[in-house]
Design a protein around this ligand. Sequence first.
Ligand code: DQA
Length: 157
Amino acid sequence: MKVVVIQGPNLNMLGIREQNIYGPMKLEDIHAQMKNFAEQNGMEIEFFQSNLEGEIVDKIQECLGDAQGIIINPAAYTHTSIAIRDAIAAVQIPTIEVHISNIYRREEFRQKSLIAPVCAGQISGFGPFSYHLAMVAMLQIFNEMKALAEAQKKQQQ
Ligand code: DQA
């Protein structure tokens, strides 16, 4: 089963940007750890980063028929993008929203997510480890999907 990891604007600057908030780890290092976890657990994984809202919408749409799960850090678009929210709602692929920082203890404008209501769940505030927690949660979702498919197959027999 395949998960697509979508990273929003300025996340390509991790390791450089606001290290007091986001820490020193680079995006490629986070992705290397996620790839390891995926390999160890028999998951397929693909990574995508864009600073453009429309490109993120396109990528979510491309997941249809290609991926069984999405892990997304919409970054600043979390707080503004109805288009990204609608794309997730449209494809109906289980999606986990991730944040490195705890958005609920930051500025008021960050405390609202337009994306969370269309996601399976949200992980926020554990630094780069948030992505690992999202992988664990996605593995659980995949296992539940497999179990459900097995049960349905048995019922049909
Ligand atoms: C972020 C939180 C957002 O408010 C911010 O705009 C980001 C990163 C996080 O991972 O903590 O770019 O999504």
